[in-house]
Write a protein that binds this ligand. Structure first.
Ligand code: WTA
Length: 571
């Protein structure tokens, strides 16, 4: 069922007239918002924190943090000092320098944020990892990037396969009772570290973040973002998040995901706003309580989370005072119209969908507060960005024709490279300077974009991007498994779940115990979110003559759809 468009909400929005700004804006204009436009001295962490600590925002709350054990707040001045201290610790103990890859492998705590900002102040490239990662996932990323330093916790340190990582020189531990023979004790070092720091000034094109993400083939790839991305972090935080001076902003994403760095760190702090970070696991009660306690005004989350909140029931949401909410946004997967309808009912707010990718580095296609929302549509390109639907040759298609969603090169936050993989980087582009997203979509006559699916086999489960190849590779490491094919199966709450089709080796019996064992094997070897929720045993899997597992055939069987052209399938 199609919903009627939700009308523009009148009010004072940072982007008040989309059409006017879209035609007149250019990115050079946005650079004037930064101190380096005047001084020539550039560093994204300086712009995010220190510059505010030198203004009227000095004693403004920059960070509210809470989890089940801690509840803390930090002003901009304190954030400046603590990130300086963290920078001094990693510089003095691990000799972190410009261009070094430093990984953070720890849960969301204030220390994580001091360290990320501190590392950026030294010009290091930060690689964030999900705390759910197991040994294999950690190894792939540290190995490919030749990381020198990792910061982690006593609970997670055993998942770092030190012996297999020749480039890894230092492990910094944030926690109690650190074995200082082997590891650097972050908290003790912080006690004596200096609050003063000479920031390392960088070029616009120097590395800032290295986010590993999954494609349909190959190992996860390292998407490198550079300091100049801050231009778009700032501008989208203004226009799309619509952040203003008195806002209390909460992005629910973990920094292991690009949303948690770009819109959990840089976007909000570049605009000088009060940023809420919640540690620990998802719970509807604590989420609602967070909004009520801090008076959250701008809230950025994901469809899976909204669907889980919806599943927790309207009675629950009605027990909290959420009237502070002014602007609610979503990213990561298609935002179902029924979720939009539910949001309008329980929050009395339109949920604004936003579209972007790890590779694009910031939001590109969005619903703005000053725009009519068509539920189910991702919205329109931000000013400064040109989007189109193209065919296989890069030719633009007219409205309502389905094709590949493409963006004209030249927006500031676009990935700078894929680490160690120029070929992969090049494969994103088509003649005509198009970056091709791999999402299939169409555009309507008003210029709104509508997501249809992935062109490749990438799975989106609970908002996390999982490459089927990575899971298949882990599966066939299990002694019982001869072949494995992995697909995303539609699921009402999680968007998709991971389903594995498995052919067993001689001598193994297809039992439920074995299924459980296999599931655990992937969970412990890769990550919990990558473990298949469903496993089906098959004698044989559909393959091409060249031996490639045909996931689209598996998917068609699973969903009772036509299998399409089978000419390349082996007999
Ligand atoms: C999907 C980083 C539908 C899409 C933010 C994209 C979406 C992939 C939306 C990127 C949306 C993201 N509607 N699908 N609003 N936003 N996606 O890099 O398939 O983890 O290519 O996300 O998520 O995933 P990534």
């Amino acid at each position: 069922m199609k919903l009627e468009a939700l009308p523009v909400v009148k009010g004072d929005h940072n982007l008040s007239s989309y059409e006017d700004v879209y035609t007149s804006f250019n990115w050079e204009e946005a650079e004037k918002n930064f101190t380096w436009y005047e001084t020539g001295k550039l560093n994204a962490a300086y712009e995010a924190i220190d510059r505010h600590a030198e203004t009227f925002r000095k004693n403004k709350i920059a960070l509210y943090y809470r989890d089940s054990k801690r509840q803390e707040k930090y002003t901009y001045k304190e954030m400046k000092e603590l990130s300086n201290k963290a920078a001094n610790v990693i510089k003095n103990t691990a000799n972190v320098e410009k261009g070094d890859r430093l990984f953070v492998f720890m849960p969301r705590t204030p220390e994580l944020y001091f360290i990320v900002l501190g590392a950026v102040k030294l010009g290091a490239i930060v690689g964030p990892l999900f705390e759910a990662f197991m040994e294999g996932a950690v190894k792939d990323r540290l190995e490919d990037s030749e990381a020198r330093v990792i910061v982690t916790t006593p609970e997670l340190v055993n998942r770092i396969p030190v012996d297999e990582l020749p480039h890894l020189e230092h492990i910094i531990i944030v926690g109690e009772d650190v074995d200082t023979e082997k590891h650097i004790d972050f908290l003790s070092e912080m006690e004596t570290a200096s609050k003063e720091l000479d920031i390392v000034w960088v070029e616009k094109t120097d590395g800032l973040l290295l986010h590993y993400t999954s494609g349909s083939t190959g190992k996860p790839k390292g998407v490198l973002h550079i300091h100049q991305a801050m231009i778009q972090h700032y501008q989208t935080a203004k226009w799309v998040l619509d952040i203003k001076e008195d806002d209390v902003y909460w992005c629910t994403a973990d920094p292991g995901w690009v949303t948690g760095t770009v819109y959990g760190i840089f976007g909000p702090w570049l605009t000088g706003s009060t940023n809420v970070i919640v540690g620990g696991r998802f719970s509807p009660e604590s989420w609602y309580q967070t909004i009520e306690d801090y008076g959250v005004t701008v809230w950025y989350s994901a469809p899976t989370a909204f669907r889980m909140l919806m599943g927790a029931g309207d009675d629950l949401v009605n027990q909290y005072d959420l009237s502070s909410l002014r602007h609610v946004l979503s990213v990561g997967e298609p935002l179902n119209p029924e979720v939009v309808r539910w949001g309008a009912k329980v929050f009395n707010k339109r949920i604004h969908d936003t579209w972007w990718m790890t590779e694009t580095g910031a939001q590109l296609i969005c619903n703005y507060p000053s725009m009519e929302i068509k539920p189910g549509s991702m919205g329109k390109p931000i000013p400064g960005v040109q989007a189109a639907i193209v065919d296989e040759k890069g030719q633009e298609l007219p409205p309502y024709r389905m094709g590949n969603l493409a963006i004209k090169k030249g927006w500031p936050s676009m990935m700078h490279t894929i680490w160690n993989n120029q070929e992969k980087y090049d494969s994103y582009f088509m003649p005509g300077e198009w970056y091709v997203s791999g999402d299939s979509a169409y555009m309507d006559e008003d210029g709104y974009f509508w997501f249809q699916g992935r062109v490749d086999d990438v799975i989106m489960t609970s908002g996390e991007r999982v490459g089927p190849f990575e899971v298949e590779s882990k599966l066939i490491e299990h002694p019982a498994i001869a072949e494995a094919g992995v697909i995303g199966k539609p699921d009402p709450v999680r968007g998709e779940i991971i389903k594995a089709f498995v052919a067993l080796r001689e001598g193994y019996e297809a039992t439920d115990e074995l299924k459980e064992e296999i599931r655990l094997f992937v969970k412990e070897g890769l990550a919990a979110h990558a473990a298949p929720r469903e496993i089906e045993f098959r004698d044989k899997l559909p393959k091409t003559r060249s031996g490639k597992i045909m996931r689209r055939v598996l998917k068609a069987w699973e969903l009772d759809l036509p299998t399409g052209d089978l000419s390349t399938m082996e007999d």
